[in-house]
Design a protein around this ligand. Structure first.
Ligand code: SF4
Length: 312
């Protein structure tokens, strides 16, 4: 079997969930997943030396094209505004990243683990033999750092390859009432003077003093260069870098045992996902599971006929 951090994470959140994911995919994109996908392509292109103006245009065009067809899976809020805030973040984040030297990275060849293969989701900078993983989080804290570093995405890829990793984390805030609350997409205007700020000089939020929010995507005049200039001047830093040393040999042995055990379980799984016991504890624990309409329908369900999923 070929396993990666995504599939083994889903497997450990529930056998039924993994089995459904293996056979079907949602027709429409989850907006956050599409954003991450477009951003990742943009970062790789910047690392390869492409011009930020072109990279940014390509990222936004891809996001908008796929938002139209097959569409975005947005259940509440204004889909247009949500999509435009994501596009604003693509522009501002790529502009910010273009101001530092990014590593030239490539995909990592699959790694043999017993009778199975591990597909790395991180990329490799061959010049330094170091993995690089870019990830977006709502907010970065000690807890979210520990969660990320212990995940299969970081620990798994490092254990499989035996290489060090640089983890790059971009904080993108949350959507609140249909708008993105993040300095990448939103600034504040002073209630009386035409002054714009992201935060106080000490980093505290401006919301308590009548400052009015204004979003990048609401005004054609906004451009990413000026926006990021202002972020830099006001000391806004939403990108973090964590260099991680190689995993010791003993932990790598544990990784191999764990992967082989899980892969064996995956091979023996029931062919029909709906015959596998539901993983009820996981239905809402890691965000709302996308398979809820299938698992909790009172009638028997023909998944393909629901119109939301297609057979892979
Ligand atoms: S809805 Fe619940 S039972 Fe169904 S796949 Fe998702 S987590 Fe498992």
């Amino acid at each position: 079997m070929t396993i990666d951090a995504s599939s083994i994470t889903t497997w450990q959140r529930g056998r039924r969930r993994w089995a459904l994911d293996r056979l079907y995919q949602e027709i429409r994109w989850n907006p956050r997943a599409l954003f991450d996908n477009c951003l990742q392509k943009g970062i790789t292109a910047l690392g390869g030396g492409a011009m930020v103006s072109q990279v940014s245009t390509d990222a936004v065009t891809r996001f908008l094209d796929l938002s139209r067809d097959p569409g975005l899976n947005i259940l509440s809020g204004n889909p247009y505004k949500i999509a435009m805030d994501y596009c604003a973040m693509l522009r501002t984040i790529l502009e910010k990243l273009s101001r530092s030297k990014l590593p030239l990275c490539h995909p990592v060849p699959t790694v043999k683990i017993g009778d199975h293969e591990w597909r790395c989701m991180a990329q490799i900078e061959t010049a330094t033999n170091t993995l690089h993983r870019w990830t977006t989080v709502d907010y970065w804290s000690d807890d979210s750092a520990a969660q990320e570093i212990h995940s299969w995405f970081v620990w798994g890829d490092m254990a499989a390859t035996g290489l060090p990793m640089v983890l790059h984390v971009i904080e993108i805030g949350r959507i609140v009432k249909g708008r993105r609350h993040s300095h990448w997409a939103r600034i504040f205007r002073h209630p009386t003077v035409a002054t714009f700020r992201f935060q106080h000089d000490d980093g505290k939020p401006l919301t308590a003093e009548g400052w009015k929010p204004a979003w990048f995507s609401d005004h054609n005049r906004n451009n990413a260069t000026h926006w990021v200039d202002l972020m830099d001047v006001q000391g806004v830093n939403l990108i973090h870098k964590a260099p991680l040393k190689e995993i010791p040999e003993r932990s790598r042995d544990e990784f191999v045992r764990g992967v082989v055990e899980e892969a064996t379980g995956m091979k023996d799984i029931e062919a029909d996902p709906l015959l596998i016991s539901p993983c009820r504890d996981a239905c809402h624990r890691f965000g709302k599971c996308k398979w809820l309409p299938v698992c909790f329908s009172l009638e028997s369900v023909d998944i393909a006929s629901l119109g939301a999923y297609r057979r892979k």
